[in-house]
Design a protein around this ligand. Structure first.
Ligand SMILES: Nc1ncnc2c1ncn2[C@@H]1O[C@H](COP(=O)(O)OP(=O)(O)OP(=O)(O)O)[C@@H](O)[C@H]1O
Length: 301
């Protein structure tokens, strides 16, 4: 079942089309990382799906229900802009109140459990207005999950958090994923997206340029794999034939005394190289494989 499906979804502000005919499908249970430079249109896209703004044209469905539709609100969780939190309310009252307003009341004990999940249990009775930026962000995440939604929208959930909190929130996202929730998150942290997202969509100038798993993106951008092989000494008589063979197997060959580095197109090539070294009776001590990062792929766009 699809958690999100958009068809030709567009948004224009005056004559400026900032989301341009987007067709996107997100399967239930995925963590989709939504990437794009500042101003690409990510927040506008999310704001349409979460009912904050109306699309100019096109349509969308969330969890199989055509939007906008109030009945779906209980099943989706949205991380609000931290500036829209109620400053005079304590964190626990905040969650309790917002769950009531969302039509899915929860107990104070449940609120405490969720505050613990985001790492705010020690600040449950502190007013949100006195929170630091990072604490407000965690409270916003707590707000998105307080009513146990099936589909969760997180807009830059970890930006501005300290390293320990980032790890904490990553674990929380993975935990939600294990519970079968669908997570749609934007981020400017490419390492984070590469690490925790099952699929990635790259947005540019209001359009989705490419989406897929990391492997699919690597294949699409025809990125090469850099392999370094540490090995036993090569007999001088074999050196030149082996070098010739390696030059055909890949590019950027750099041979040193007990190791060499080469760029290959696929994992199959790595297997071929290892087999070939065996025919020269060369022992392999270590194989290091470096795949292109999401950062390199992203910068290509
Ligand atoms: N209410 C609005 N009125 C006019 N223009 C808007 C409005 N909201 C967004 N825009 C414009 O739409 C474009 C996309 O903005 P959006 O906030 O969706 O980008 P983004 O990808 O979320 O960027 P960032 O990564 O900086 O958050 C920008 O050029 C922005 O100025």
């Amino acid at each position: 079942m699809l958690a999100i499906e958009t068809k030709q979804l567009s948004k224009s502000f005056w004559k400026n089309k900032v989301v341009d005919n987007i067709d996107l499908q997100v399967e239930k249970g995925e963590i989709l990382g939504f990437l794009g430079r500042n101003g690409a249109g990510k927040s506008t896209f999310i704001n349409m799906l979460t009912g904050i703004i109306q699309p100019s044209s096109g349509s969308y469905a969330l969890l199989g229900v055509q939007g906008p539709n109030d009945s779906i609100k209980k099943k989706i969780g949205v991380m609000p802009d931290y500036s829209s939190l109620y400053g005079s309310m304590t964190a626990i009252n905040h969650l309790h109140y917002l769950a009531d307003v969302s039509g899915k009341p929860v107990s104070r004990q449940h609120c405490m459990e969720v505050l613990k999940l985001v790492g705010l249990e020690e600040h449950a009775n502190k007013k949100a207005g006195k929170f630091s930026f990072g604490m407000k962000k965690k409270l916003a995440i707590a707000q998105a999950i307080i009513h146990d939604p099936q589909l969760i929208f997180l807009d830059e959930p970890t930006s501005g958090l300290d390293a320990e909190s980032v790890i904490h929130i990553h674990l929380l996202i993975q935990q939600l994923h294990q519970q079968g929730k669908t997570i749609f998150m934007t981020s400017h942290n490419l390492d984070e997206v590469e690490k925790i997202c099952s699929r990635i969509a790259i947005m540019k100038d209001g359009r989705i340029k490419k989406s897929g798993t990391m492997d699919e993106l690597r294949a699409y951008y025809q990125s090469t794999i850099t392999v370094t092989i540490k090995h036993s000494p090569i007999r001088p008589a074999d050196l030149s034939t082996m070098q010739q063979w390696l030059e055909q197997a890949g590019t950027q060959l750099d041979i040193k005394e007990n190791h060499f580095t080469i760029q290959v197109e696929s994992e199959q090539k790595i297997a071929e190289i290892i087999r070939a070294l065996g025919t020269y009776k060369i022992d392999i001590y270590r194989v290091d494989v470096e795949e292109p990062s999401l950062e390199e792929i992203f910068l290509e766009e």
